[in-house]
Write a new protein. Structure first.
Length: 572
């Protein structure tokens, strides 16, 4: 049981004793007051008014006189129609500290998802295109979602699905044959940029070059049918380039998957499945194309096969869902896909349901990422490549680190700069509500002050610096009874709420809640450290107790950052 729940139950017990058999309050009725000065818990008396034939204000005053002050309860006050409960800082703090010290990296973990499995599909980059800033939101949302679910006990199966055979591939190969056939292959470092440039070139040329659309369509049909020829060998070579690039980025970002799926592996199974769906009258022909009419579900038409016989993306998602079921048998599947694909996701789920697919399917959507200059598009060629973005972030962080630590060795400076840059990237993508677009501001994301990843890292590093100054022997003098200040109290309250924040975030996937919590925790720590002496405490016992509070705060920050995929550093 968490410290916060233990405190709630003690307050509830005191209420039940005071009320006797007249009313049985529940833990859900206990509210969090709007301001700390109103206590830690508030009990509304409205539900008692009818039975007691008194106003809630009168009931609150009367009940307070019957509530015993003991244990974790330090004070009880009536305030309007509410009864406000104030916890004893030292006693409550001792429970919080003991729980965090005992659980360490497992603090915040629970078993609510035990014996349940969730498959999370995320990070679906296209081959023959560059990975850019816009992809990062998907990567980080998917990663954090898997970590959250694991933290609350689920067996999580992360998988990735790469589109290696879409119309974009045909465009790229067509342009390579049309405009770059005599060129030498680019170096390994330049392959990704080269393919991105060719794709943009192909998109623009397809609008102006004579017969371009017909030629590109022919390339696509040839690839999908598996016909031998120059485009097939070129596809294999350039596909390999892209996959090597994708795997390199995934490794750098710590994205690990139990299964990698490729669109090209589902061509034959898609055609076989669609024939079966036509036979079962789930799908039908319409003007030469194959569709699933979802008008009953108010989802329009799910187009599976074009009139030229080529498959659409949704068609290949059907056998993919069946494959995932056969291999992993998850009780639930999450698809981390941007909000612009919401209709396609609804159509996919509705089609699977008509096929008899019974498992729970969820679309975890998020809005897109823009920069100050506006939206990015691979077609228009105005993307910011991941590598360029990363290098700019690291360079800025390196410059700032160098200003602060001119005496550091280069290797140490580079390590810290990378940690700062990656914290800025991840936190910058996760701090925003998923339903809202992100206008990514590099300078703001890299700020050492404010709502940013570097600020959280700085707070953690500061905590480690404080602890290094505390002698290990001095911690033995702690008695965990000297905590009395309001700053200590509020820090304990914030620490105690961490398990609930993690649990709630894993339920509704409002990832910004966890980001906001960590920011508030760091702010709360900063207030505490500025106003309450730690190293200059009046007594050895006070210093030991406060250093203990500093340590468990650091542990909680580290645990939360780990879920976000942010690696902590000891110095900054």
């Amino acid at each position: 049981m968490s410290a916060w729940m233990e405190a709630k139950k003690e307050v509830l017990k005191a209420l039940k004793t005071a009320l006797g058999k007249q009313y049985a309050p529940s833990v859900d009725e206990l509210e969090t007051p709007p301001e700390p000065r109103f206590g830690d818990f508030a009990f509304p008396c409205f539900a008692l008014a009818k039975g007691w034939k008194k106003s809630p204000v009168e009931i609150a005053v009367e009940l307070v006189g019957h509530i015993e002050i003991k244990g974790l309860i330090r004070k009880v006050e009536p305030r309007g129609p509410y009864i406000n409960f104030f916890l004893d800082t030292a006693r409550f703090g001792k429970i919080v500290v003991e729980q965090i010290e005992q659980e360490k990296t497992a603090y915040g973990h629970s078993v609510s998802g035990a014996d349940k499995s969730v498959l999370v599909e995320y990070a679906q980059p296209n081959t023959h295109k560059e990975i850019h800033v816009g992809h990062l939101r998907n990567f980080f949302v998917g990663y954090t979602t898997t970590k959250l679910l694991e933290t609350v006990g689920y067996r999580v199966i992360p998988v990735t699905y790469t589109n290696d055979l879409g119309m974009h591939v045909a465009k790229c190969l067509w342009a390579m044959k049309k405009f770059h056939v005599k060129e030498v292959d680019p170096s390994k470092e330049e392959r990704s940029a080269f393919l991105g440039k060719v794709y943009t070139e192909a998109t623009q040329a397809s609008e102006t070059y004579p017969n371009a659309k017909e030629e590109i369509s022919a390339v696509f049909q040839a690839l999908e049918s598996g016909k031998r020829g120059p485009f097939l060998s070129l596809w294999k070579k350039t596909r390999k380039w892209s996959i090597e690039e994708i795997k390199g980025v995934f490794k750098e970002l710590g994205l690990i998957f139990q299964a990698w799926y490729y669109e090209s592996d589902f061509i034959e199974s898609s055609h076989l499945l669609i024939e079966d769906l036509k036979h079962r009258q789930v799908a039908r022909l319409s003007e030469g194309a194959t569709i699933v009419d979802l008008s009953e579900e108010k989802l329009g038409v799910n187009l599976l096969v074009r009139s030229d016989g080529t498959l659409l993306y949704n068609a290949k998602d059907l056998p993919l869902a069946m494959r995932k079921e056969e291999e992993f048998h998850p009780q639930r599947s999450l698809y981390v896909v941007d909000v612009r694909q919401s209709l396609a996701m609804q159509q996919l789920f509705a089609t699977l349901k008509r096929m008899g697919f019974q498992k729970e399917l969820t679309h975890l959507s998020y809005d897109f990422v823009t920069l100050k200059e506006g939206a990015m598009s691979s077609r228009k060629g105005n993307i910011v490549r991941y590598q360029d973005f990363r290098d700019s972030m690291v360079e800025w962080a390196h410059t700032e680190t160098q200003k602060r630590h001119t005496d550091w060795k280069q290797t140490k400076m580079e390590k810290v700069a990378r940690a700062v840059a990656f914290s800025a990237m991840r936190f910058g993508m996760l701090r925003q509500d998923l339903s809202k677009p992100i206008v990514f501001d590099m300078e703001e994301a890299l700020s050492f002050d404010g709502f940013s990843g570097p600020y959280l890292l700085y707070t953690y590093a500061r905590i480690q610096s404080i602890l290094r100054k505390v002698e290990r022997r001095s911690l033995e003098k702690r008695n965990m009874s000297s905590w009395k200040t309001e700053q200590e109290h509020q820090l304990f309250v914030t620490l105690a709420s961490y398990p609930h924040v993690v649990f709630q975030t894993a339920q509704d996937f409002h990832l910004d809640r966890l980001a906001q919590y960590l920011f508030e925790l760091c702010k709360q720590f900063s207030i505490f450290y500025h106003e309450v002496p730690v190293l200059q405490a009046e007594t050895a016992e006070q210093m030991a107790d406060r250093a203990t509070l500093v340590a468990v705060t650091g542990q909680t920050i580290k645990n939360g950052l780990s879920i976000l995929g942010i690696q902590t550093i000891e110095e900054m």
